[in-house]
Design a protein. Sequence first.
Lengths: 173, 279
Amino acid sequence: MNFRSIFGLVGQFILLLSVQVLLLKNLALFGVAFCFIYLLAILLLPISIRTIPLMIIAFFMGLSVDIFYETIGMHAAAATLLAFLRNFWLKTVSPSGGYDEGSIPSIRSQSMSWFITYSFPLFFAFSMLLFSVDFWGTGNWLNVLNKSFFSSIFTLILAIIVQLLFFPRRRVI
Amino acid sequence: MLRILQFLYNLRAFILFVVLEAIAIWLIVSNNSPQGAAFFNSSSRLVGSVLETQSSITDFFNLDDANKILQEENATLMERLDITYTHPDSTYIEMDSAFEATFEVRGARVISNSLRFAQNHVTLNKGSKDGLKPGMGIFNQEGVVGRVKSVSENFAVGISLLNTDLLVSSKIKSSDVFGSVKWMGDDAKKAKLLYVPRHVIAQAGDSVITSGFNAVFPEGIPIGIITEVSPSTDNPNYLNIDLELTTDFSSVGYVYLVENTQISELDSLYSQSELPNEF
């Protein structure tokens, strides 16, 4: 982790955050599928990062999205859950032989099918918490499940597209 | 003792998780009351200016429609002015308080709006500097939009009618029966009229307007049109009335804000007679 890669990560954070609040805020396919592409920034942090700094980053990232979404605390709570689960889930889905030193959990460094198993449950956990809080008290659980499922799929598809388009193929040394 | 500390140290990630979630829940709860002032929301200066720039770009594409709507509205208003205008003559009548203007109207532009969640909000480009106050009603030429929740110097945040927390006092136009309109959290075009007793005869196609009872909106602003009337399933004393909202929330651009200038007098009267004033 050198200065340049930190700089790149911060840029990636700000870019994804502005795409989220400026372009994707009012986007909902068929009224049920939302996109939370800013989570990709949390998912793509290096594998070696510890849970505690990860959760703090995710909390403040969620909070900044919240300010634009008028939903103070909701994205923060859900993003913290995602960050908390991420490292456990990474351990569970580790490929035989483990991860390379200092690699990031992306499609380029692993594989497409691995990335889907890695990210889909995390997106789903995030959306479940977010929509449960949003629909708290209305008792409309079917709607919560519906929105969570389709939002996770939509977010996953966009996350794959973003990686295929904008992340350079890793050079073989 | 050392082992307890070691145990806690091993659990540090989980403890931090619980602490962060607790903070988040506290933020949600303390911001959730429809009337309460919020700490940080899109009425803050930085966020507000970002949203304003964004909406000034997107609004450019709607200018044509906005102009057309304004022109139509101007035409109807001029027509009405022509009817009521009489030439001044020599008599002078002292107006009493019954004729005093109770409602003051201001205009604003919506710079951020959501309609897909269960708690939706609108952000406006005017703030306390322009005389906006929490509690003012928001509407446009189509119907009721919401209520102002909190204001900063330059911006204001309102809860949209598409918010499960907001009840608007309203009545059926043809029969003057009153009830409360509430959005049920699913479809941005549909709402329900609650607390209408069973004996009332209501029909699909009747329009529902604000009642003027809650002192937020003047009487007669449209809210919706009844689409279906059926007996309520959970409370046999009331009817289950479905509305189609007249406001198209996906294209709310310019709105009017209305303030009741006599609300403080009304409030003190309520508190004197120990009645709760339900907004």
